[in-house]
Design a protein around this ligand. Sequence first.
Ligand code: PSV
Ligand code: MN
Ligand code: MN
Length: 392
Amino acid sequence: MTDFAAIAAQLEGQAIELPSWAFGNSGTRFKVFATPGTPRSVEEKIADAATVHRFTGLAPTVALHIPWDKVDDYPALRRFAEEHGVRLGTINSNTFQDDDYKFGALTHVDPTIRRKAIDHHLECIEIMDATGSRDLKIWLADGSNYPGQADLRGRQDRLAESLAAIYERISDDQRLVLEYKFFEPAFYHTDVPDWGTSYAQVAALGDRAMVCLDTGHHAPGTNIEFIVMQLLRLGKLGSFDFNSRFYADDDLIVGAADPFQLFRILFEVIRGGGYGPANPDGHSEVAFMLDQCHNVEDKIPGQIRSVLNVQEMTARALLVDRAALAAAQDAGDVLGAHQVLMDAFYTDVRADLAGWREERGLPGDPMRAYAESGYQAEIEASRVGGNQLSWT
Ligand code: PSV
Ligand code: MN
Ligand code: MN
């Protein structure tokens, strides 16, 4: 079995993007609990994201959601982020909170509503130009609730047309990533329910259009690592939205509900050449992002825990002895192959990772270092007055 020293270098440069909305108050349809210290501005969200990066070295970029994070001066916001040691990352569009989009946005039957939704995405691309962001992420609430309510085929055709109008404006160093989700807020059908639909839509656009896989957007029991394998095989896995689910789109801390699933996913990413900034097999880089909400726990340590979970499972997945695995697979040694995978999964890498961090000037235990830093007490005391931001 390979040891930690052999994989340590491969952990270098791992980057997990944080969502600005993770730092706002969020909740369920029953109640949104306000948390002391919650940001009142985009700048305060970025300062919190930068704090996660300072304690972990794992989160150098922060994703914005438009219009939630709309500001007048994006170059100034970019400078603010950089002064805090982070960069602005993926721009997420939002076509799910406007009355006009009740029956769809990019798929709507009315061309004026479709134009409005397309123009929103063009505005997002302008913002990307100013922030230096690479990815435009599109998640659509489009769908229907009742059989017969909508013409499924017509909507798919209109979606293709709308996406083409957006993609046309994406520049050579930018990408469009299309997220899928099989339910909610529409329940009978959604217009991008699964990886296959997202793949069909982005494949028609071109090389810079990719699929975004949100780990919370599948039916229970779905073999997500199979989807990872297939999208990497097709060269179309653009990004992950990581989170955990027990039931629906729970958006809980990644690796909390099912660490083994996270391990299996990361193993397929590595196996498929999707891990690391420069992949010799020519696959484009897969972006790791979090898409989470912290409803009852403190948000900054919630994000610290999350990026550490991804790092821990990445280290374990890197530890898989792939030569031994391939040999066992080729020999038809079912239990031997299974054991190779499980040996890596059951390896506790926490002490090694603590040492790895310390060697790089980071706290060995970022959770404890944050708790002892006084940052939480300081934001709770200073962020009074003004409106705390909520998820929406
Ligand atoms: C809604 O399901 C959602 O959680 C999607 O996963 C998006 O990525 C996220 O909201 C932010 O728009
Ligand atoms: Mn998502
Ligand atoms: Mn979601």
